[in-house]
Design a protein around this ligand. Structure first.
Ligand SMILES: [Zn+2]
Length: 149
């Protein structure tokens, strides 16, 4: 059994869409939506940005990227990042165990003492850069894998 297996222990895997959920009765969109549908009300260039974000999220580790009706969520053991479409750009959000201090952070929210959500505006492919990857990797490794809880 590899580390990937133990990280998924105790989760319920939806037999229809493969979504990882912490309990059987949790609502989820069950594979109904695609990235194209999610971004269908945005400018056409936003889809390119969305694909770049998804590629970066998928490079972080064993993650699931799940488009839903109004947003996209990214799950490792638990949800740690997401995308919110807008008309001309995207908001990419991710949770850390600490607050970041950067002019790129356009919105923050805390959910409890150990879940600090940050949002970054993705308006061009230049925004999907190595600094962002570093933040997302930290988010994946801490919040997403629950490794430090
Ligand atoms: Zn499902």
């Amino acid at each position: 059994m590899g580390p990937g297996d133990s990280e998924l222990a105790g989760l319920w895997i939806c037999p229809r869409c493969g979504a990882r959920l912490v309990s059987r009765n949790l609502w989820h969109s069950c594979g109904l939506y695609s990235l194209e549908q999610l971004l269908s009300h945005s400018d056409s260039q936003v889809l390119r940005l969305g694909r770049a974000c998804v590629a970066m999220l998928e490079s972080l580790g064993d993650v699931q990227v799940l488009p839903q009706k109004t947003r996209l969520v990214c799950v490792a053991r638990v949800r740690f990042a997401g995308l919110q479409p807008r008309k001309h750009d995207l908001l990419l959000s991710f949770a850390l165990r600490r607050w970041l201090d950067s002019p790129r952070i356009v919105k923050t929210e805390s959910y409890g003492p150990r879940w600090f959500a940050h949002s970054v505006r993705i308006g061009s492919l230049d925004d999907v850069d190595e600094e962002l990857r570093g933040w997302l990797q930290e988010s994946h490794d801490t919040v997403g894998l629950q490794r430090d809880s």
